[in-house]
Design a protein around this ligand. Structure first.
Ligand code: FAE
Length: 532
C-alpha cells in the first residue's frame, strides 16, 4: 500500500490495470501491509467455502485434481474459554457471534420494547449481515459458509417452481439424480415422529401445527442435516448439547452436519485441498492461460495485513449470491472483466422471506425448552396465497408464548445488484417486500381469526408485525442459463464457473441449500465429463 493509504496498482494486480476507484470500499482501516509478491499458481481456484464451493472442491479433489480455496472468514475449530466453539443465540454472544461489529444484529431486535441486541468485542464472528439500504442479508462467515449458521432445513423444491425459475434444468435428472445425491452427501435425515410428538423440546412445533391444522393448512415434515440420533441423545443427557442448548444462527458445536463434516471434510481428507482463510477475493482478470485473482488477507482484528494474487486455470465462484455478484460486478466496473453478459446482477430476490410471530394464549404454551433446529413447515403453496412457512424456535430458556415463523412467500418481485462507484448496491425498499407480506398476512390472519390471537408487533421494532428488511436466503445475480450457460459456465469467460446461490433467480420456494448443492453437483458432473 502506498503512503497515501490507497492501493497501489502494482501491489494489487501484480502489474495489471488500475482498479483503485472500484476498490475504494475495501481500503477499510488498512494499516501498512506487505504488497503481494509473485502470484500463487494453482490449477483450480475456488472462492468461498459454502455449499457451491465445497461441492466443487470435493468433486475436483475426488478426481485427483489439486484445489486452492479462498475463504474470507476463519476456520472454526477451537473452543473458547467456555469450552464452546460457538455462542448461543439469545444469551452470551461475544466476538464469535458477529462479523466485525461492536453490537450484535439479531433478526429479532426487541422484546416488549427492550432492545435485545448487545455490545460485543469486534472479531471475525460467524454471522454477518450485509446492509443494502432497505435490505439486510444474513450470511455465514468461515470455513463452511452458510452451513455454519443455518437451521439445517433441507426440503426439496417443487417441480413447478423449478420449471418456472430455472427453465434450463432437466427436471427428471435433477429430481432422480442430483437432489438424492445432494441429500446423501449432506447427511439429510428426518426427525422420528414419536420424538417430535412427545419431547418437550418440540412443544413449539406441536402448538403451531395444531393451530395450522385447525385452519385447514397442510403440514410438511421438513428433513434436516442435524443428526437426530445425536439430538435424542442430547435430550437424555447422553450426548453433548447443541440444538438443545440454544445454539442456532451463531453456529452449532455438535449435532449439525455442517459442511466441515460432509463435503469439506471429505475434500480436505484427500490431501489435495488447501484452504486460505481470512482471505477475501477482490477482482478477477483474464490472463493468457487462465485468470488472475487479487485478494486481501485480514488478521483477527479486521486489519488488512497482506495482498495476495492467485493465478489459476479454472476459477469456481462459490462466494454466494452477494459475494459472487460483488466480485463479478467489481471486476467489470474496474475494466478487468469485459464482455460480460448484460444481465449480470439482475434477478436478485430474498426467496420471499418474511419473519413474523403470533402471540399465543397462556393455554397454548410454546415451551421453555426449545430445540434450535426447525423440523416442520406449513405448506400453503397450492392456494391463492402461496407460501411455505417454517415453524421457527425462539430458544430463550423461558416460555415467551411467542410462535415464531419464517415464511417463504411466492413473491415475483425481484431487484438488481449494481456497482455504484465504489461499492455494491441493491435496490430494495420495504415496497419490494409488500407482495410477500400480503401473501403471508392473508395466510396467517386466518389462524389468528380462528385462534383469536394477534401478531406480535414488538419484535422488529415498535408496531411492526412483519420483517420487511432482511433475508436469510439471498438468491441470484448470475443466473443459470442467462449469465451462465445451462450448467454454470460464465458466458464469455471460458474457465470461470458459478456454482452457488447466485445461479437461482431470486426464489426457489423452499429453504435453498439443498437445491444449491444439487446444482453444483450437476455443474461438476458436466465439468468432469468434459475433462476440464
Ligand atoms: P454461502 O454458503 O453463503 O458461502 C459463501 C462463502 O463464501 C462464505 O463462506 C463467505 O464467507 C465466502 N465469501 C464470500 N465472499 C468472498 C470473497 N470475496 N472471498 C472469499 N470468500 C468469500 O454460499 N438454507 C437452507 O436451505 N435451510 C436452512 O435451514 C437455512 N437457514 C438459514 C439460517 C440463517 C441464519 C442463514 C443466514 C441462512 C440460512 N439458510 C438456510 C440459507 C443458506 O445457508 C444459504 O442459502 C447457503 O449457505 C448459500 O450457499 P452458497 O454456496 O450460495
Amino acid at each position: 500500500m502506498g503512503a497515501s493509504g490507497k492501493f497501489s496498482r502494482r501491489g494489487l494486480l501484480g502489474g495489471g490495470v488500475a482498479v483503485a476507484g472500484a476498490l475504494a470500499h475495501t481500503t477499510l482501516a488498512a494499516p501498512a501491509y506487505a504488497e503481494s509478491s509473485a502470484p500463487i499458481v494453482c490449477d483450480n481456484l475456488v472462492i468461498g467455502t459454502g455449499y457451491g464451493g465445497a461441492v466443487a472442491a470435493y468433486r475436483l479433489a475426488a478426481h485427483g485434481r489439486t484445489v486452492r480455496m479462498l475463504e474470507m472468514g476463519k476456520r472454526w475449530s477451537t473452543a473458547g474459554t467456555d469450552g464452546k466453539i460457538f455462542n448461543r443465540m439469545i444469551s452470551g454472544a461475544d466476538e464469535r457471534s458477529t462479523w466485525f461489529r461492536d453490537r450484535t444484529v439479531l433478526p429479532l431486535t426487541h422484546f416488549v420494547g427492550i432492545d435485545i441486541n448487545r455490545n460485543i468485542p469486534r472479531g471475525p464472528g460467524v454471522l454477518d449481515r450485509r446492509e443494502f439500504g432497505g435490505m439486510g442479508v444474513y450470511l455465514g462467515r468461515g470455513v463452511g459458509g452458510g452451513s455454519l449458521v443455518n437451521g439445517g432445513m433441507a426440503p426439496r423444491p417443487r417441480r413447478d417452481v423449478l420449471a418456472r425459475e430455472l427453465p434450463a434444468l432437466d427436471l427428471d435428472s435433477f429430481f432422480w439424480n442430483y437432489l438424492p445425491r445432494a441429500e446423501l452427501r449432506l447427511g439429510v435425515n428426518r426427525i422420528p415422529l414419536t420424538f417430535r410428538e412427545t419431547t418437550p423440546w418440540y412443544q413449539f412445533t406441536r402448538t403451531a401445527i395444531r393451530d395450522a391444522v385447525q385452519a385447514g393448512y397442510r403440514i410438511a415434515d421438513v428433513p434436516n442435516v442435524y443428526d437426530f440420533a445425536h439430538m435424542m441423545g442430547e435430550a437424555v443427557g447422553l450426548r453433548p448439547k447443541s440444538a438443545l442448548d440454544g445454539q442456532v444462527i451463531y453456529g452449532n458445536d455438535h449435532g449439525k452436519r455442517d459442511l466441515r463434516k460432509t463435503y469439506l471434510g471429505r475434500a480436505e481428507a484427500t490431501g489435495r485441498v488447501t484452504i486460505d482463510t481470512m482471505t477475501e477475493a477482490l477482482t478477477i482478470q483474464p490472463r493468457l492461460d487462465g485468470y488472475l485473482v487479487t485478494a486481501q488477507v485480514r488478521d483477527q482484528s479486521g486489519a488488512i495485513v497482506r495482498q495476495v494474487t492467485y493465478q489459476c486455470r479454472h476459477l469456481y465462484l462459490g462466494a454466494g449470491s452477494v459475494g459472487t455478484s460483488e466480485l463479478l460486478l467489481r471486476s467489470r466496473a474496474a475494466g478487468l472483466l469485459t464482455n460480460m453478459p448484460g444481465e449480470l446482477g439482475t434477478g436478485w430476490g430474498p426467496n420471499g422471506n418474511v419473519m413474523f410471530a403470533r402471540a399465543n394464549h397462556l393455554w397454548r404454551p410454546t415451551g421453555s425448552k426449545q430445540s434450535g433446529i426447525p423440523v416442520a413447515g406449513i405448506d400453503n403453496w397450492d392456494s391463492a396465497n402461496p407460501c411455505f412457512t417454517e415453524i421457527a424456535p425462539l430458544p430463550a430458556g423461558v416460555d415467551l408464548f411467542v410462535q415464531l415463523y419464517l415464511a417463504i412467500a411466492d413473491s415475483r418481485t425481484r431487484s438488481n445488484f449494481t456497482w455504484n462507484g465504489d461499492s455494491l448496491k441493491l435496490d430494495w425498499s420495504p415496497a419490494h417486500s409488500a407482495e410477500a407480506i400480503g401473501i403471508v398476512d392473508r395466510t396467517f390472519q386466518k389462524i389468528n381469526n380462528q385462534q383469536r390471537t394477534i401478531y406480535r408487533v414488538d419484535l422488529f421494532g415498535t408496531g411492526r408485525p412483519f420483517s420487511d428488511n432482511f433475508t436469510y436466503h439471498p438468491l441470484g445475480g448470475a443466473t443459470l442459463g442467462v449469465v451462465t450457460d445451462e450448467h454454470g459456465r460464465l458466458r464469455g469467460h471460458p474457465g470461470i464457473y458459478v456454482c452457488d446461490g447466485a445461479l437461482i433467480p431470486g426464489m426457489v420456494g423452499v429453504n435453498p441449500f439443498l437445491t444449491i448443492t444439487a446444482l453444483a453437483e450437476r455443474l461438476m458432473d458436466d465439468v468432469l465429463r468434459r475433462g476440464a
